[in-house]
Design a protein around this ligand. Structure first.
Ligand SMILES: Nc1ncnc2c1ncn2[C@@H]1O[C@H](COP(=O)(O)OP(=O)(O)OP(=O)(O)O)[C@@H](O)[C@H]1O
Length: 271
């Protein structure tokens, strides 16, 4: 039950509208049953006696190809593609240049059919219409992306998504980063997202305004990067002052290529 609500609330189809002005421009195409089939790695075989389930690749219907063409025109030549919740990150190796830049319907099909993350969603999630979200391609520096942990609608933690990479400027600009993210959160997100506990990925790229990349559920399966579920989980049941300042956690010095968990612990301030 909880999962269905998570799938609804964290689907880009649900949150894109209210946050459209502060997230990359996106064209969302709903996937009909016929189109969905074209994005499945294998045709479901059990009890399927339909003539077109012969294991051959199913071509995209012309009408859908036309929609894709229009989306590419609207967004520019190159797009970033996702389903409702996930990007086909694990399909990167199949792309040219090892990026998820999609320039054609064939690229999208390749990313979707070769991504285990996407295929798992398509096979396992029931009761929610699937969509294809084509997002304007934006060059994002890895140090500019932050996963923000929101507990009881209060921003509690900020961590680089490029953890554990050392960035010297995090120390110098830490308080500015916290202030910018906190202001952005208070002005644009707090009380506007339908959940109280969640993660939100925010990009800070000066001199541009901050923007949202994605929302996600906050649970033991969430990647919290520099934070752990052991320390965040108990906060969900605690009452605390609304005005508490978030903790920004980053690697404070370059500890080299060999990263040991006990070495990392030393740099973790308390939440
Ligand atoms: N519009 C975009 N243009 C270029 N790169 C992007 C774009 N959107 C996201 N990315 C890159 O792809 C990465 C993964 O994107 P995103 O967070 O949307 O995927 P995800 O599957 O939801 O990830 P996770 O499951 O870890 O939350 C981001 O960290 C970012 O670097």
């Amino acid at each position: 039950m909880r999962e269905i609500q998570d799938h609804k609330d964290f689907s880009i189809c649900s949150w894109y509208g209210p946050f459209e002005h502060i997230t990359p421009k996106t064209v969302i195409l709903e996937l009909s049953e016929a189109v969905l089939k074209c994005f499945l790695f294998e045709e479901p075989s059990e009890d399927d006696s339909s003539e077109d389930s012969d294991g051959e690749e199913t071509p995209l219907p012309g009408e859908f190809k036309e929609k894709l063409k229009n989306a590419f025109n609207t967004l520019g030549k190159t797009v970033f593609v996702k389903n409702n919740w996930h990007a086909p990150i694990d399909a990167k190796m199949f792309s040219t240049g090892n990026t998820l830049k999609a320039e054609s319907a064939d690229d999208i099909k390749l990313f979707f059919t070769t991504s285990t993350v996407i295929q798992k969603d398509l096979f396992n999630i029931k009761g929610i219409p699937f969509c294809l979200a084509l997002r304007k391609w934006i060059s994002i520096h890895p140090a500019a992306e932050f996963r923000c942990i929101v507990v009881n609608d209060t921003l509690r933690g900020i961590t680089s998504r490029d953890w554990p990479t050392f960035y010297a400027h995090f120390k110098e600009e830490g308080s500015e980063i916290v202030e910018n993210i906190s202001d952005f959160f208070l002005e644009n997100i707090k009380a506007k997202f339908p959940r109280k506990n969640y993660v939100v990925d925010i990009v800070l790229s000066y001199p541009d305004k901050p923007f949202i990349l994605d929302f996600g559920p906050l649970n033991s399966r969430t990647n919290l990067y520099a934070f752990s579920w052991k320390e965040i989980g108990p906060l969900l049941n605690k009452d605390f002052q609304d005005e508490i300042a978030p903790v920004f956690r980053y690697l404070e010095c370059d500890i080299g290529i060999m990263i040991r968990e006990d070495a990392l612990k030393k740099f973790r301030p308390k939440v």
